[in-house]
Write a protein that binds this ligand. Structure first.
Ligand SMILES: Nc1ncnc2c1ncn2[C@@H]1O[C@H](COP(=O)(O)OP(=O)(O)OP(=O)(O)O)[C@@H](O)[C@H]1O
Ligand SMILES: [Mg+2]
Length: 269
């Protein structure tokens, strides 16, 4: 039995069909990467998994329990088994790092302050930031903020961690630190990871399995090795990072014409 299952899930916002009969089953302990163009519903899909959005049609299951019909109070219990690194991974700016990481523990457990301090310290060490507890979020770099947000996401020892574009906005080195952390958490804590990303380097590095969303449907579901060999034109273009003829036409460049001038020339203007 799968840990997480979407069964024929459809979701619309007004006339916009975002998910159209999407079925997806995720096994315990695996690392699934979800790719797809901007606006295809990747974040919407993640939000269905934790019951932050409800499907118009279909069902969402977690660990043998149907969750899309659960009352909010019961959903809270289910959500505690998840760590969610949001796309806009916001920390509370007016609280220091230790308070940020300890927040879920204060909110959802009855642990004593000493014990919370100790857990916070352990989580910060796990993301490689043992000495930043007293700092304010404004004093951290973008990559450090993501790692603190990750420490907070794992404060309650979640069984599943959802990452929504964890490396966006980071330079390649800092992105790689996050990738390595995702792999480390999966290995050391045996968590199930679901990672939404635009970054194919990250996808290849992290994924046991890659799922691609396009126009409401899953158009690819397979291993990193399989996606590199795919003949599906849309999937192939995404993996190679190439625009389609239609997309090129939109910016007035007809496919097959001379290549763009080198960057240096553009910068010189
Ligand atoms: N709560 C909402 N109300 C109305 N429309 C929404 C809502 N949430 C998402 N949408 C719309 O659903 C579509 C999919 O959004 P989503 O955020 O899932 O895209 P995404 O694949 O995560 O994109 P990106 O890569 O840019 O983060 C978008 O057109 C978005 O405007
Ligand atoms: Mg998104």
């Amino acid at each position: 039995m799968s840990l997480i299952e979407l069964r024929h899930v459809s979701k619309r916002f007004g006339w916009l069909v975002v998910l159209d009969d999407v079925s997806l089953a995720i096994e315990t302990g695996k690392s699934i990467v979800i790719i797809g163009a901007s606006g295809t519903g990747k974040s919407v899909l993640l939000k269905h998994i934790v019951g932050l959005l409800k499907p118009d049609e279909g069902e969402v299951w977690f660990d043998g329990q149907r969750i899309d019909t659960l009352p909010e109070r019961k959903l809270m219990d289910v959500r505690q088994r998840f760590g969610f690194l949001f796309q806009m991974g916001a920390l509370f700016d007016s609280a220091n790092v230790a308070e940020n990481v300890g927040f879920p523990l204060v909110e959802h457990t009855h642990k004593a302050p000493d014990e919370i301090r100790e857990i916070v310290q352990r989580k910060l060490a796990l993301v490689g930031l043992p000495d930043v507890g007293k700092k304010m979020p404004a004093e951290l770099s973008g990559g450090q903020k993501k790692r603190v947000a990750l420490a907070r996401a794992i404060a309650l020892n979640p069984e599943v961690i959802l990452y929504d574009e964890p490396t966006t906005g980071l330079d390649p080195i800092r992105s790689d630190v996050i990738n390595e952390l995702i792999i480390k958490l999966q290995r050391e804590l045996q968590v199930t990871s679901i990672v939404v990303t635009h970054d194919m380097n990250s996808a290849f590095k992290i994924a046991d399995r890659i799922v691609m969303l396009h126009e409401g449907h899953i158009i690819f579901d397979g291993t990193p090795a399989e996606i590199q060999k795919t003949d599906h034109p849309v999937v192939k273009r995404f993996v190679l990072g190439e625009a389609s003829e239609m997309e090129l036409a939109e910016i007035g460049k007809v496919a097959g014409t001379a290549p763009s001038p080198p960057i240096r020339e553009i910068e010189g203007k």
